[in-house]
Design a protein around this ligand. Structure first.
Ligand code: SAH
Length: 400
């Protein structure tokens, strides 16, 4: 097996299991390395740290998979990690009792770099973002079929495919495709989603705990669910007794699924699905004097690379400012970011600027992150990406 030696003083995070070894940390290489192969990793003095996947196409040259005590990196190890991942969801978190839409495998965070597996009803949806996982995929799918007996396993593209040199096509890997939208249930709320044509893997289960924590705040309130997708927050809030829920999204297919979800939950008298650009909709609402008691902002990832941080923060600022301006005094702003590069500190600072500009005070009443089926395996802090905070929005002024 080829060997990778790190530069002096660059090995420290990897002894603790950090999985990403960037090109800058690599000193020299001994032997033949092929992209996607397994390699041993040593520090500069020749002490073995573990084994990982090599890929010269990627800035992440090695994805460390097995520390010394976990070696060798082979199919048996990966299968055990799949079992451990399933055990977290089924035995520790008891998710199947609450929902049939959850993340079974969360890549690095389950010791399976580059592999995401979501359960969507009776289907599994796979996303690959590491070349080194490809040679193991067939046996891992065999194991998933044996353990979970899905009606089909579907592959969806991942954002990282190009950088990794992954040539994969979307499609059915096992069994058959659902042949249309799939109904899933989460905490008693029904959703229609499409694992084959929907966004990402079809459903955003990472917001589950935030939906559960925040839905009660919607009771008897007028709600705007901005960036609603198939209605994750909106339908949960309607079921929790919201007086009215207006869902807004720019995606026609998402709104069609939402419309059917509205009917499934029998809330058509209180929930609407509007097509529009949230920024424009908020401008119109402000002009028309239309206001809400609670606004949910769950935009797509607005910062993809660290270099886009400033621009993305500008967008978060704009959306949040517009949202605050359509809230009634004392109303609640639920605001999210799924950009890994936007830390809590930076996000709060942006909200501080929003508060100043809008002349309000923001009183935090909820701070949440990704649901625990999207865990973070220390010290891989890059696995932390979702924030969901709620604030009571208080006007400035002594009589408010
Ligand atoms: N809140 C949802 C997930 C939102 S995903 C849930 O709980 O399931 C982000 C959504 O924003 C996507 O559905 C996408 O279609 C939508 N979107 C992206 N840009 C938009 C824009 N400018 N205006 C309205 N919707 C937008």
């Amino acid at each position: 097996m080829a060997k990778v030696f790190l530069k002096p003083r660059r090995a420290r995070p990897f002894w603790f299991g950090h999985p990403w070894i960037f090109s800058g940390a690599i000193g020299r290489v001994k032997g033949q390395l092929k992209n996607g192969c397994v390699t041993e990793v040593f520090d500069s003095e020749g002490r073995r740290i573990g084994e990982g996947f090599w890929n010269e196409n990627s800035q992440i040259r090695v994805r460390l998979v097995a520390l010394e005590a976990e070696r060798p990196l082979d199919i048996d190890l990966l299968v055990k990690r799949i079992d451990r991942a399933i055990a977290l969801r089924h035995d520790v978190l008891a998710l199947p009792a609450r929902t049939n839409a959850y993340r079974l495998v969360h890549a690095e965070s389950d010791g399976l770099p580059g592999l995401v597996v979501d359960r969507i009803g009776d289907w599994l949806v796979v996303q690959l973002s590491a070349l080194g996982m490809v040679p193991f995929l067939d046996l891992l799918l065999d194991h998933l079929e044996e353990r979970l007996a899905p009606r089909g396993i579907v592959e969806r593209a991942s954002g990282a495919a190009e950088e990794e040199g992954l040539e994969r096509e979307e499609g059915v890997l096992r069994g058959h495709a659902p042949g249309g939208p799939v109904e899933v249930e989460e905490d008693g709320v029904r959703f229609l989603c499409d694992p084959v044509t929907g966004q990402k893997t079809g459903f955003f289960s990472d917001q589950r705990e935030n939906r559960r924590a925040l839905s009660p705040l919607a009771k008897d309130r007028d709600v705007l669910d901005a960036f609603s997708y198939v209605g994750g927050f909106g339908l949960a809030m309607a079921n929790a007794g919201a007086k009215s829920v207006r869902c807004v999204d720019s995606s026609e297919p998402a709104l069609e699924l939402l419309q059917r979800g509205i009917e499934l939950n029998d809330v058509a008298d209180r929930v609407t699905a509007d097509k529009g650009n949230v920024l424009r909709v908020l401008d119109h609402d402000r002009k028309d004097g239309r206001t809400y008691d609670l606004v949910v902002l769950d935009p797509p990832k607005l910062v993809r690379k660290r270099s886009g941080l400033e621009r993305g923060l500008g967008l978060y600022y704009e959306i949040n400012l517009k949202a605050v301006r359509v809230l009634r005094p004392g109303g609640v702003l639920v605001t999210c970011s799924c950009s890994q590069h936007v830390t809590e500190e930076v996000f709060d600072e942006m909200l501080g600027s929003v508060a100043k500009e809008a002349e309000v005070r923001l009183q935090q009443i909820h701070r949440g992150g990704q649901a625990p089926d999207h865990p973070i395996l220390l010290p891989h802090d890059e696995g932390r990406y979702l924030q969901c905070s709620a604030f009571r929005v208080l006007p400035q002024g002594r009589d408010a």
